[in-house]
Design a binder for this molecule. Structure first.
Ligand code: SAH
Ligand code: SF4
Ligand code: F3S
Length: 430
């Protein structure tokens, strides 16, 4: 009989996709997925270290499953992902019942770790990472993640990613093209290209060149990508979004702060002016483009005036949506060592102000969609209303419709009847 594996996934799309790769590798071995960790023969924690909260969540889950092993000594427990990379063998000190530890660059050896009995710790750099094509077991049949590059070279002063994911490595464009073609043959309609900073993708082609190449894959209707670093968002990329029919009119462009002083401390290498000019250019070249962003509240040394700059920037930029976080001090990062860490209550107040302002802006932006016609890709039953189907516009807005008998993966035209904060309500056009 096949053995079973359960994977806890924390963190970003990169990790969600790494979990799909782990399932892909294990399927080729003798494991299949289970939804019940209590019944699993192997439990993997695919962890995230981006903020302290993510780390705490992992350790509390890890603590909870300790007792499983008492009843089932054969159970294997593994820790993967960004905390695995950061902590290495220190994980065993905190949780001696863990069997093995492996970082994001060593996923390809997963089956070897399982068969090895001496509790391996695999956190070494893998220079060939971008050349290894791993099997992927994907979740739905409509949208697929595709890695285009690994790692990050930017060293934003608050961020652990360059330490946990290593240096940037771009996959050859031919490998990506082949994977996307295979995905298209399986019937997927949309791909999202993944990288911490997709704009610095570089193999035989650059990022706009890659988009041009992938735009030719038949069967794929929509191409998205995350994340773009503002510092190297180029004119060519704006042109590619404008001209390539499959590339969707949405960009996630993290601003982080509206204050030049803070941006400098963050090592973001752009000023607010530079950021604003890029947004103006994008909106000029790609009419109707939606822009989402990330903001950090309460970076060390952030004054009330700096915070107001962020608020002003948000009012001026009018993002379609943001992810906002309180600054969290992370091991090894430069920001952990700079002066002027702010008390929790100030960070919370600033975050609350940022979120409530954005709520107003998001609703206002969504209202502009009322009575317009949009094309949506049906993804399945709505998460929030089981009586409706949900899909997304090219601009990445969620639209729900009352119909239930339209098949997943269809692209249909709808009229938007009502705008809400988190979604739009539409009616299919006959
Ligand atoms: N590579 C992407 C995303 C990185 S992580 C990029 O450059 O945008 C996603 C977001 O988490 C970041 O944009 C940032 O807003 C936030 N983040 C990262 N480290 C953080 C920290 N130490 N404290 C709070 N937020 C953080
Ligand atoms: Fe982190 Fe900056 Fe790299 Fe994004 S670009 S992953 S925020 S170091
Ligand atoms: Fe992603 Fe978290 Fe690692 S956001 S890159 S899983 S630290």
């Amino acid at each position: 009989m096949k053995k079973t594996v359960f994977i806890y996934t924390f963190g970003c799309q990169m990790n969600v996709h790494d979990t799909e790769k782990m399932f892909g590798i294990l399927k080729k071995g003798d494991y299949c997925k289970t939804d019940n960790p209590k019944k699993a023969d192997l439990i993997i924690f695919n962890t995230c270290s981006i903020r302290q909260k993510a780390e705490q969540k992992f350790y509390s889950e890890l603590g909870r499953i300790k007792s499983y092993k008492k009843n089932r000594p054969d159970l294997k427990i593994a820790v993967a992902g960004c905390i695995a990379q950061q902590e290495g063998k220190r994980i065993f000190k905190k949780a001696p019942y863990v069997d093995f530890v492996f970082g994001p660059q060593n996923i390809y050896k997963l089956r070897d770790f399982i068969s090895s009995s001496n509790g391996p710790v695999a956190v070494s750099d893998n220079p060939d990472l971008a050349l290894i094509d791993l099997p992927v077991q994907r979740e739905t049949g409509v949208k697929a993640w595709v890695t285009i590059m690994y790692g990050c070279n930017n060293f934003c002063s608050y961020c652990v990613v360059p330490y946990t994911r290593g240096s940037e490595k771009s996959r050859p464009s031919e490998h990506i093209y082949a994977e996307v073609s295979e995905i298209a043959e399986k019937g997927y309609k949309e791909i999202t290209l993944l990288g911490q900073n997709v704009n610095s993708y570089q193999s035989d082609v650059n990022f706009p060149g890659l988009l041009k190449k992938l735009n030719r894959v038949g069967g794929i209707e929509r191409i998205r990508f995350v994340t773009s670093h503002p510092k190297d968002l180029s004119l060519d990329l704006a042109d590619a979004i404008a001209e390539l029919p499959k590339v969707c009119e949405h960009i996630h462009l993290p601003l982080q702060s509206g204050s030049d002083n803070v941006l400098k401390l963050m090592n973001r290498v752009y000023s607010y002016d530079i950021y604003r000019n890029k947004v103006v250019l994008l909106r000029e070249k790609v009419p109707g483009i939606t822009i989402t962003s990330d903001i950090i509240a309460g970076f060390p040394g952030e004054t009330e005036e700096d915070h107001i700059r962020t608020i002003e920037a948000m009012k001026e930029m009018e993002f379609d949506g943001i992810f906002a976080f309180k600054f969290s001090s992370r091991p090894r990062t430069a920001a952990a060592r700079i002066e002027g860490h702010l008390p929790e209550n100030i960070k919370s107040e600033r975050l609350a102000e940022i979120l409530s302002l954005q709520d107003e802006i998001t609703l206002r932006k969504n209202l502009l969609f009322e009575n317009t016609r949009q094309e949506i890709l049906i993804e399945g039953i709505s998460d929030t209303d089981k009586g409706r189907l949900a899909g997304r516009t090219r601009t990445n807005k969620i639209v729900t419709i009352p119909e239930k008998d339209i098949i997943k993966g269809s692209i249909i035209k709808v009229e938007i009847k009502k705008a809400r904060k988190h979604s739009l309500e539409g009616m299919p056009l006959k």
